[in-house]
Design a protein around this ligand. Structure first.
Ligand SMILES: Cc1cc2nc3c(=O)[nH]c(=O)nc-3n(C[C@H](O)[C@H](O)[C@H](O)COP(=O)(O)OP(=O)(O)OC[C@H]3O[C@@H](n4cnc5c(N)ncnc54)[C@H](O)[C@@H]3O)c2cc1C
Length: 229
């Protein structure tokens, strides 16, 4: 598969990735779409300083719609359990590979370190420094499941039926097209210490791309405490 320079391997296995396929607009689109309120069809372009200040004002005061005029398009390869969390973000468009149309490759995500349940927070975990090597229950369970999948296919079961034995650490691929406002909401929630570490790794790659396309908006969002407008 041809890769653009704007891609990031995300998890340690060099399978999971985020690739920015393209984007439309940038900081100036935010400024110009906001200024249509006061300039109509006249050119509302100000100085760089004024433009940057305006972005800060919009961000701080919850004027979110100008940020919706900038759109990002990503290709993502992620374990199904990460994709499931990602797909909860309804403001955006997704298309995912289909296990009905194509056979899954034996590509599974394996964590490298054990995490233990946080006794004070039911939704979070604490890192330990215990390695999870090859031959762990994770590896064995995935290998068993993939063997069962292949056996079902060999016995003539349809792909849509055979796939139901596969676990959620299997990799899937999808496209995500999202506007900058919704992207900031995604980053607020998913590049956050309380997010699951795997989706957070993806969110960090998304944030790098966001920062490179919209440096003023990114800076204003940081100043606003990483709160989406
Ligand atoms: C740490 C963490 C733990 C979570 N745990 C759980 C869990 O246990 N169970 C679970 O089911 N989910 C859980 N979620 C998912 C969470 O509830 C959201 O579904 C997900 O984060 C998407 O956020 P969102 O709705 O803001 O994003 P989007 O769906 O992209 O929506 C963006 C914004 O649009 C607006 N919006 C979108 N749809 C509507 C609507 N129908 N009505 C009104 N406003 C709308 C809201 O302002 C929303 O913030 C968790 C998320 C996080 C980050």
């Amino acid at each position: 598969m041809r890769r653009l320079p704007r891609y990031h391997y995300v998890l340690e296995d060099n399978i999971g990735l985020v690739e920015r396929l393209g984007s439309m607009g940038g900081d100036i689109s935010v400024v110009m779409s906001a200024r249509v309120s006061t300039y109509g069809d006249e050119d509302g372009m100000g100085t760089p300083e004024k433009n940057q200040k305006l972005i800060g004002f919009l961000m701080r005061n919850g004027h979110g719609t100008p940020f919706e005029h900038v759109v990002f398009q990503f290709r993502v390869k992620a374990p199904i359990f990460v994709a499931r969390e990602w797909f909860r973000h309804r403001i955006g468009s997704f298309n995912e590979q289909s296990g009905r149309y194509m056979e899954y490759k034996p590509e599974f995500y394996f964590p490298s370190k054990k995490r233990i349940q946080d006794p004070d927070n039911r939704q979070s975990a604490i890192d330990s420094h215990v390695d999870i090597g090859p031959g762990s229950i994770f590896h064995d369970a995935s290998a068993d499941a993939y063997r069962a999948y292949q056996e079902l296919l060999e016995k003539g079961f349809a792909r849509e039926q055979a796939r139901i034995v596969l676990p959620v650490n299997l990799y899937t691929s999808f496209w995500w097209t999202v506007n900058a406002r919704s992207l900031m909401n995604f980053l607020e929630l998913r590049n956050h210490p309380t997010a699951m570490s795997e989706i957070r790794a993806y969110a960090q790659a998304i944030e790098e791309e966001f920062m490179s396309v919209m440096p003023w908006t990114h800076a204003a969002w940081l100043d606003a405490g990483r709160k989406a407008p």
